[in-house]
Design a protein around this ligand. Structure first.
Ligand SMILES: *Cc1c(COP(=O)(O)O)cnc(C)c1O
Length: 278
């Protein structure tokens, strides 16, 4: 669904929000998971396994969607100290409440799992987990199945001059590139300092799409406390537009857009993608 946004920069600004209005679903993590759900259906599998950081939106969407579809769900979580319940994040507690089996591993182990790109490799790391009979969902839904659902959502983004969105793995940006064509450009605001990985993922998932992709790197940071400026932007525009802008992703997009608009670099019909899910 497209919404026009009144704004202090005098630009022709729109917001793409999801039509799904259920808690924890409807953000980009939901759309990225749809393709993996489809894989489970065609391969007749009842079990999804993923890997996630303690505070990830991916973990919330994974829990909500697998529960909704009555699937068995396992999440391998970064940080073995989190097996101590008193240290578990809201996202982990939510996932466990919904029946997701959470396995807590050291950062080193987690890194090895991220690099293991076959069922055999993953099984060697975790002999107790039955990867063979499950669909594996990489961290953040990164991968080709991850863009199928995003492409459907992104159909509404055609005809815009520029599409702004937050980028971590680049999967969502790739879906928007795959669903649109020249002269539409995608401006991805990196939230992490991982430009090389982003470009690699975009080239892999949306071949040729990188020619219409601009990576904005000035707002990337390591995860942590938001700056006072970012917090102020989140508060101002959440109230103005009546949506929740989180400080990890959405507020950074608005910050980057605001800087570009003030410099006169934003022209034509401009779209911001609301990737967050509450
Ligand atoms: C995960 C996330 C992103 C980044 O998505 P990628 O497909 O990994 O680039 C953007 N916005 C929000 C709100 C997210 O949770």
């Amino acid at each position: 669904m497209l919404r026009r946004l009144d704004n202090p920069w005098g630009i022709d600004l729109w917001l793409l929000v999801s039509d799904i209005r259920q808690p924890h679903l409807g953000g980009n993590k939901y759309y990225k998971l749809l393709g993996y759900l489809e894989t489970a259906r065609t391969e007749r599998k009842q079990h999804l396994i993923t890997m996630a950081g303690a505070h990830s939106n991916h973990l919330r969407a994974f829990a909500a969607l697998t529960r909704q579809h009555g699937l068995t769900a396992t999440a391998i979580i970064r940080g073995d100290e989190l097996s101590d319940e008193s240290r578990q994040s809201a996202e982990i507690r939510f996932a466990r409440t919904l029946g997701v089996e959470c396995i807590f591993v050291t950062r080193a182990f987690y890194r090895q799992l991220r690099e293991a790109d076959t069922t055999t490799g993953r099984t060697a790391l975790f002999p107790g987990v039955d990867f063979g009979s499950a669909v594996f969902v990489p961290e953040g839904g990164l991968g080709l199945p991850g863009i199928t659902g995003v492409k459907t959502w992104a159909a509404a983004a055609q005809g815009f001059e520029t599409i702004w969105l937050a980028v971590a793995t680049g999967t969502t940006a790739a879906g928007f590139l795959a669903a649109t064509k020249s002269p539409t450009r995608v401006a991805g605001v990196a939230v992490l300092k991982n430009a090389a990985a982003i470009r690699r993922n975009i080239c892999l998932l949306a071949p040729g799409g990188d020619a219409r992709f601009d990576l904005v790197e000035d707002f990337a940071a390591t995860f942590g406390r938001a700056s006072p400026e970012l917090t102020a932007i989140a508060a101002e525009f959440s109230a103005r537009w009546q949506v929740t802008l989180d400080t990890t992703y959405m507020a950074k997009v608005i910050q980057a857009l605001s800087v570009a608009a003030k410099q006169g670099r934003v022209r034509g019909k401009t779209l911001v993608v609301y990737t967050y899910n509450e």
